[in-house]
Write a new protein. Structure first.
Length: 180
């Protein structure tokens, strides 16, 4: 099972791995975490923050198309984003001071969301989204630096993409009241 997962991720992440180590980098990113388990747990807990939002609005997934788009996003996006923003970028910034690499990668992770997904999405271009995405980026970047693994960061990111109703927000099917 682990070999299947690594090979699958390697193919999905390959555009992000160019110049960053390729197959070797993917294997390194998916290895078991080292160090204190608390950082891995925190990476997952961050993914549970929007759970209440999901529980209150899950009925908005009222068509097969929305469910399918959501499944595609949650299966692919965490690998691509964590592979780039934490894996590739932080690996390339090892000579930087730790705090600076964390802030840099987290800032651009946060600003990327309104610039890509936020073009049409009301929720993704709201300042609350920028702030929350920046905080997630900081937690996940520190967790990667402490554990040397993206394994549980990807799980946390997957949970955020599910519970945040990401596809519904991108398509403006769901726009939180505070963001209208």
């Amino acid at each position: 099972m682990a070999a299947f997962t690594t090979d699958t991720v390697e193919h999905v992440c390959s555009p992000n791995c160019l110049g960053g180590g390729g197959k070797e980098a993917v294997h390194r990113w998916l290895r078991p975490p080292r160090g204190a388990w608390g950082w891995s747990a925190l990476a997952i807990l961050v993914g549970l923050i929007p759970l209440q939002l999901f529980l209150q609005n899950w009925k908005l997934f009222d068509s097969f198309d929305l469910v399918l788009l959501s499944l595609l996003l949650i299966v692919i996006n965490p690998f691509l984003e964590e592979g780039y923003w934490r894996g590739l970028l932080l690996d390339q910034m090892q000579a930087w001071p730790g705090w600076l690499s964390v802030v840099y990668s987290s800032f651009f992770f946060a600003i990327d969301h309104p610039l890509t997904f936020g073009v049409f999405s009301i929720a993704n271009r709201h300042p609350v989204t920028f702030i929350s995405t920046f905080i997630m980026g900081v937690v996940w970047a520190i967790a990667y630096k402490k554990t040397g693994s993206l394994r549980w960061l990807i799980v946390g990111h997957l949970l955020v993409d599910i519970f945040n109703l990401s596809v519904l927000a991108i398509l403006n099917v769901f726009v939180p009241q505070v963001m209208r």
